[in-house]
Design a protein. Structure first.
Length: 234
């Protein structure tokens, strides 16, 4: 363990909460519970903000030094990516070394990169690469970024096909597909509803029904809209 990792581990251990560790272990069953310290997300983000501001060079080195021994160190590295990357290209380089080591949905989903908004076309190309890759959480990361960045003003109907055409068996990939499509139903209904109305169904039954369920759970859907989505269940 180098000096930076030792410093980070010490900081995280001071923030750890054993009760929260037990709670987190239930949420991320793909992670060995012994690897979880139990640092709450607000505390993790405060540490990431301070470390990125005070030690940016060490922060980059820490991201690149993975895989890290604990779940919390991996989460801190994920938080740091968005804080130290000033351009999409910097973020791509950091993610290239980080994503192959991600082993759970929570670490995957917490990564947010403000610099991506500086060049959305370049990010879309990279999203397509992630979606087409082999590692489960790289695929999920691509779907989550597509949902985060491309369902508002940057949306194009062709983006739906990127998610629909994914043919994988992994639960956390298909849950991300359903999550994306549920938001697409809410934010872009004119383009998305026909996919669920079409016969035979465009999607596999599990993803089709899970997307409808998650959309119906949103407070942004009217009772009438929710009732109609219920009729589309297969």
């Amino acid at each position: 363990m180098n000096d930076t990792t030792r410093y980070i581990r010490n900081e995280l251990e001071q923030l750890a909460d054993s009760a929260y560790r037990d709670f987190q272990a239930k949420l991320v069953p793909t992670v060995d519970a012994d690897r979880i310290l139990g640092v709450r997300t607000p505390d993790l983000r405060k540490l990431a903000k301070r470390f990125a501001a005070e030690r940016p060079v060490e922060a980059r080195a820490f991201i690149a030094a993975g895989p890290h021994a604990t779940y919390d160190e991996m989460n801190l590295a994920g938080e740091l990516i968005g804080r130290v990357a000033k351009t999409p290209e910097e973020a791509f380089d950091l993610l290239e070394t980080f994503l192959p080591h991600v082993d759970n949905w929570a670490t995957c989903d917490l990564i947010r990169v403000p610099a991506f908004k500086r060049d959305l076309p370049a990010v879309l190309v990279r999203i397509q690469d992630w979606i087409a890759s082999e590692p489960e959480y790289e695929v999920r990361f691509g779907i989550v970024q597509l949902m985060t960045l491309f369902l508002d003003d940057a949306f194009e109907p062709a983006h739906l096909d990127l998610v629909i055409q994914i043919d994988r068996s992994e639960y956390y990939i298909n849950m991300a597909r359903a999550w994306y499509l549920s938001f697409a139903l809410i934010k872009q209904p004119a383009s998305t509803l026909p996919l669920f109305e079409r016969q035979p169904a465009t999607l596999d039954p599990w993803t089709h029904n899970k997307a409808l369920q998650k959309a119906r759970e949103s407070h942004r859907m009217s009772p009438e809209q929710k009732a109609y989505l219920q009729t589309l269940k297969i």
